[in-house]
Design a protein around this ligand. Structure first.
Ligand SMILES: Nc1ncnc2c1ncn2[C@@H]1O[C@H](COP(=O)(O)OP(=O)(O)OP(=O)(O)O)[C@@H](O)[C@H]1O
Length: 868
């Protein structure tokens, strides 16, 4: 019993750490929670091995100790530090309680020491639990739930120890419970024995009885006390049971937790092992990589060394070549100096050449103009209007357009080739042609104004065929849309700007309108019909936008509109007639039939360059109108007026003509004188002058081959009179004059004062004529020069040979005193007749049935000099 108790005490002491003072006490709990008994070696009963019942004081002490032990065991309630102060021989705290630092940071040796079975065996459970708690706390604190392997091992060991102890304690409690039960039975039997003894000793003495009663009383009291204590013990056992249950649960939780922890730890261990494996592999890889790297670096080092060697070699080469380059540079410098000298020399030559450039330029211009002249005077460009928006489905009559100016039109009522008609013009612009395309072919003509030519450009075509589009453009706001008018002016202005350093141009613009045969100045503020302000020495560019070419009977209008249409028709018919006459090389060109032809006379007369835009509407419904337009254009394109002449040439010729005229007068006078002398010789004594012979008569005589002045100059080819001193213009000749009035300007020579020369007479006559019509025309010089009905004209049909003859006469004669008196210029036109109107070089006419822009450019003296 003693040894058993000792063992139990030892066990208990190991568990509770309260056996250090040798006053060992054991507490046995019955299964129902009652305290069965307690024994100590000192109080063991001598009888039958049963110990005497413990005094109340002793029991309370044992109970209080038991409570204390339980409180020490409880990891929740106990304070490990206080507990450890009671542990005698073992300084567990030194092993398990860290004063500072963490378990995780403990060295493996320390942990191994802690894990020694002896240490764990001796360590109080509370310490072990606190170790577990601390490790778990640390793990929780660290947040990564990672527990180092060694700590995990320690934890496992500690948990195992705790498990072992818990199971031992449970076993111990079961044994104690049995012990308590056995003791209780023992006490019961003692009580029963004592009761039997009490009954059996009734006959004993009263003292004994009393003693026994006292004893019994005491025993009863003791029984009562014991019962009370038993009740108390039962309560405590119950509490202990509950506590045990709680501890059990707690242990189970801990067990679970420990299991989880160990599972996690195992997992982590595995992961760590894997990581370790990976790290190992990586280390191997890194090692091999570093090996490769080091090899490559070695290689690079080798290459670098090699490169350095090559560089060094190259550097040596460079040094050599630098020296040789230096030498070359010195040489090049010498060459350069030499070349600079040569260059200077060449530059001088170039400067000289540049000085000749202007003369070459002038020469080129001359050649260009000659080329233009060779092409003929009236050029015809045909432009086909595209279908307007909404007309896309319309059928076109345009079959073919050729780059060479050929145009084939298809008759919609005659399918097949029979219905095709070919026209040929200088140029045909298709529907896709732009304003720029059109202008690029027109520009050279416009520029020739600056070279001293008169230029006339007009657009002809039926209403809506695009005349205004071509001449003005649909919208002036966009340069792209600009028509010929804007582009021409812009071009002239820009050229005058470019040349301003060498030539100064004076440019004026005039706009007139011919409406119902009345000329109207559109730029005049007071709406009065002004004279053309230019003297008329200007070169002129006429830009004409004609009215629609369709016939009046088709337009079916009445009243004012009818009148207007009739005028238009009349003008266009007159234009057609003039052109027809020119094409036929007719001796009579009816310029005077309309204002239009009158004002365009200079442009159509052979001295100006003329361009006609024939505008076409491609729509099938306009076929007949288009055909008549095309036929008209065809006739115009057939007109060959001969070479155009610049005003400068005109002036030269005019001067020559004046000289020739003067010469003629002299010759005529001489002839007259000879005739008079001859008459005097034949009829001596008459002593009077012959009556002045009328030019008409003279002409008749001329026609009959009689009375031709012997010394008159004749055109060798035509046989017509060049002198024409006595020639009189017939009434039909008036039609050919450029006189814009409807009145006749002829004057019989017999109306001329005897002492007035023919030319003087003509001039006066012309002046008078102009006065009559200056409101419309106002060009006095023009009157003078254009009057062809005075019989004073020479050289109107003078060809080169005749001119040569005249020039020869001029050279011989000294008739300069007559210069300026005859102002009619010569004309080289083949079809021009002696009586045809001649335009003065400086003539400028601006006209249009609708609107006409007229641009005049006057070269300055310097420019004039350049031309000369
Ligand atoms: N080449 C073209 N490209 C585009 N549209 C054009 C072209 N030619 C003419 N048109 C258009 O056709 C229409 C008639 O043109 P425009 O007024 O110029 O004709 P027109 O012959 O001057 O007529 P009118 O005799 O009545 O003055 C206008 O709307 C014009 O914009």
């Amino acid at each position: 019993m003693n040894s058993m108790t000792e063992n139990r005490a030892k066990e208990h002491g190991r568990n509770s750490n309260v056996a250090a003072n040798g006053d060992f006490s054991a507490h046995v709990l019955t299964s129902n929670g009652e305290l069965e008994g307690s024994s100590t070696p000192k109080s063991e009963s001598p009888k039958g091995g049963f110990s005497s019942p413990l005094s109340g004081e002793e029991k309370r002490k044992i109970l209080s100790e038991s409570k204390f032990q339980r409180s020490l065991k409880s990891p929740i309630l106990s304070d490990p530090s206080t507990t450890l102060t009671h542990v005698g021989n073992y300084k567990f705290h030194e092993v398990f309680q860290l004063k500072q630092g963490r378990y995780m940071d403990l060295p493996p040796s320390k942990i191994s020491e802690m894990m020694k079975s002896n240490s764990l065996d001796n360590a109080p459970t509370q310490s072990l639990l606190s170790v577990v708690n601390s490790i778990l706390d640390e793990s929780v604190e660290r947040n990564n739930s990672e527990i180092p392997h060694r700590v995990a091992c320690l934890l496992r060991k500690v948990v195992q120890e705790i498990e072992r102890r818990i199971s031992t304690q449970a076993e111990h409690l079961r044994t104690q419970n049995n012990l308590f039960k056995a003791r209780e039975e023992k006490y019961q039997s003692r009580i029963r024995v004592l009761e039997a003894l009490a009954i059996g000793t009734n006959e004993e003495t009263e003292n004994e009885k009393n003693n026994r009663e006292e004893k019994k009383k005491e025993e009863d009291e003791s029984l009562i006390r014991l019962t009370k204590e038993k009740d108390q013990s039962n309560v405590e056992i119950l509490a202990l049971k509950q506590e045990l249950e709680m501890t059990k649960n707690h242990c189970l939780d801990l067990e679970k937790e420990a299991k989880n922890c160990s599972f996690e730890l195992e997992e982590k261990l595995k992961t760590l092992e894997k990581l370790y494996e990976d790290s190992k592999n990586k280390v191997i890889e890194l090692e091999s990589f570093s090996e490769t790297k080091s090899q490559s670096w070695n290689k690079k080092e080798h290459i670098y060394q090699r490169f350095m060697e090559i560089q060094f070699g190259a550097f040596q080469d460079l040094r050599l070549s630098s020296n040789s380059i230096k030498q070359e540079i010195i040489k090049a410098k010498e060459n350069y100096t030499e070349e600079i000298n040569n260059f200077g020399f060449k530059l001088k030559t170039l400067a000289n050449a540049a000085q000749n450039y202007h003369s070459v330029l002038a020469e080129n211009r001359k050649i260009f103009n000659e080329l233009q002249e060779l092409k003929g005077n009236i050029r015809v460009y045909c432009r086909i209007r595209p279908f307007l928006p909404g007309q896309k489905e319309r059928k076109t009559i345009i079959e073919h357009i050729d780059e060479n100016g050929e145009l084939i039109v298809a008759n919609p009522s005659k399918p097949g080739k029979d219905g095709h008609r070919l026209f040929k013009f200088n140029k045909v612009f298709g529907q896709a042609s732009t304003q720029e395309d059109v202008f690029s072919d027109t520009q050279p003509l416009i520029r020739s104004v600056l070279d001293g030519y008169n230029v006339c450009i007009f657009a002809y075509g039926q209403t809506g065929s695009g005349k205004t589009y071509t001449m003005t453009g649909p919208n002036a706001s966009s340069k792209e849309n600009w028509g010929v008018n804007y582009r021409a002016l812009s071009d002239l202005f820009s050229i005058s700007q470019t040349r301003k350093s060498s030539i100064s141009y004076e440019i004026g613009v005039q706009m007139i309108e011919i409406y119902n045969e009345q000329v109207k100045d559109l730029l005049s503020n007071d709406n009065s019909q002004k004279k053309y302000p230019f003297s008329y020495s200007y070169n002129n560019l006429h830009l004409v936008d004609l009215a629609g070419s369709e016939r009046v009977d088709r337009s079916e209008v009445t009243g004012d509109r009818l009148k207007e249409a009739q005028h238009i028709n009349k003008s266009l018919s007159a234009l057609g007639d003039v052109i027809f006459a020119l094409a036929q090389k007719s001796s009579h060109v009816p310029y005077r039939n309309s204002k239009l032809t009158q004002v365009l006379q200079s442009s159509l007369g052979g001295q100006a360059k003329t361009l006609m835009f024939v505008q076409l509407n491609p729509d099938v419904i306009s076929y007949s109108e288009t055909m008549s337009t095309l036929k008209f254009a065809e006739r115009v394109s057939g007109v060959e007026l001969g070479a155009a002449r610049s005003n400068k040439e005109g002036r030269d010729v005019r001067e020559l003509v004046e000289q020739v005229a003067s010469l003629r007068n002299t010759i005529a006078k001489k002839d007259e004188e000879i005739e008079r002398l001859q008459l005097l010789k034949v009829h001596p004594g008459t002593g009077s002058l012959l009556k002045y012979t009328s030019p008409s008569l003279n002409r008749e005589s001329e026609k009959n081959g009689n009375n031709v002045p012997k010394k008159s100059i004749r055109n060798s080819s035509s046989g017509k009179s060049l002198g024409g001193l006595t020639e009189k213009t017939t009434s039909s000749d008036h039609d050919n004059s450029s006189d814009y009035s409807d009145s006749q300007h002829s004057m019989e020579h017999d109306e001329r004062p005897q002492n007035m020369s023919v030319d003087e007479h003509n001039r006066d006559h012309d002046h008078g004529d102009d006065h009559d019509h200056e409101d419309h025309h106002g060009d006095y010089d023009e009157r003078l020069s254009d009057t062809s009905d005075n019989g004073t004209s020479i050289g109107a049909d003078t060809d080169g040979s005749a001119e040569n003859m005249v020039f020869a006469q001029i050279a011989k004669s000294n008739s300069s005193e007559r210069l300026g008196r005859i102002s009619r210029p010569t004309q080289k036109s083949e079809n021009a007749k002696p009586t045809s109107p001649l335009s003065k070089g400086s003539l400028k006419i601006s006209t249009s049935l609708k609107k006409t822009s007229s641009v005049n450019t006057t070269p300055t003296k310097s420019r004039t000099r350049q031309w000369q």
